[in-house]
Design a protein around this ligand. Structure first.
Ligand code: DGL
Length: 259
């Protein structure tokens, strides 16, 4: 196994770029292949079986490029099929789930809103996660499919649209009683600056990206596959075959253009 082999990372579209950004910062010598399935986004309102089929095709594509690990940078795809993928491929597959545990560990009887896609929130994986914490804490599930579309349609810069949408999703809650919001979808991490403006200062906004990057690093380390020398790289592909989307990915990633 060659340490120089790339790491495959994918999402339904652009959301996984927020995870890639964290991984690049932590492991700048690694080579990443990013695949965004924007032609098929959003995943969060589709059937599990359909998503599973897409994910298998994407992983086959990575295997053909000899990756050393695969990151499912998508909570929705992880809920739908990470077990199927793990059973099918003989290499490390890292998934994601809403960082509810982190929010619950902030204190006793926490009041937490989990924002995620409809599919993530209705799948068994999340139900099991909720079961672990729901007696000791108050947990609200808030599906936010529009937040995926706004990113995919390059509308993140439209303050009016974004603010109105976030307010709509949060209007039912008494925010003075909320301790944390968990961003259970990788697309939502791009809204951090909006949350900062809109939410009372005491609310923690939590995502699982850094934890996932640390988990990948740890796993590569344990398996002797961590690349610590040379200049890493990022290669971005998207099922939509639209050059504008690749540019948008690079913008979201923060100026990495080394293909
Ligand atoms: N970014 C994805 C997630 O983390 C899914 C968004 C979607 O396609 O609905 O859940």
């Amino acid at each position: 196994m060659d340490k120089q082999q790339p790491i495959g990372i994918f999402d339904s579209g652009l959301g996984g770029i927020s995870v890639l950004k964290e991984m690049r910062a932590l492991m700048p010598q690694e080579h990443f292949l990013y695949f965004g399935d924007s032609a098929f986004a959003p995943y969060g309102v589709k059937d599990k079986e359909v998503i599973t089929q897409r994910c298998i095709e994407i992983c086959d594509h990575f295997i053909a490029q000899d990756v050393k690990a695969i990151v499912v940078a998508c909570n929705t795809a992880t809920s739908a099929c990470v077990n199927v993928l793990r059973a099918r491929y003989d290499l490390p597959i890292i998934g994601m789930e809403p960082a509810l545990k982190v929010a619950c560990e902030l204190g006793e009887r926490q009041h937490i809103i989990v924002m995620a896609t409809p599919l993530t929130l209705k799948e068994e994986k999340f139900a099991k996660l909720m079961q672990r914490f729901q007696d000791a804490h108050t947990i609200y599930r808030q599906p936010c499919p529009r937040l995926v579309e706004i990113v995919e349609h390059d509308e993140l810069g439209n303050e009016e649209v974004v603010t109105a949408q976030l307010q709509e999703y949060l209007q039912a809650y008494d925010l003075s009683k909320i301790n944390s919001i968990v961003l259970g979808c990788t697309h939502f991490v791009f809204y951090r600056s909006y949350f900062k403006k809109l939410l009372p200062a005491h609310i923690h906004v939590i995502d699982g990206n850094h934890g996932t990057a640390l988990h990948l690093e740890d796993l590569l380390q344990q398996q002797g596959k961590r690349c610590k020398e040379g200049k890493g790289s990022v290669h971005i592909e998207n099922s939509k075959q639209d050059p504008q989307l690749i540019l948008l990915c690079k913008k979201l990633l923060g100026g990495h253009d080394d293909e």
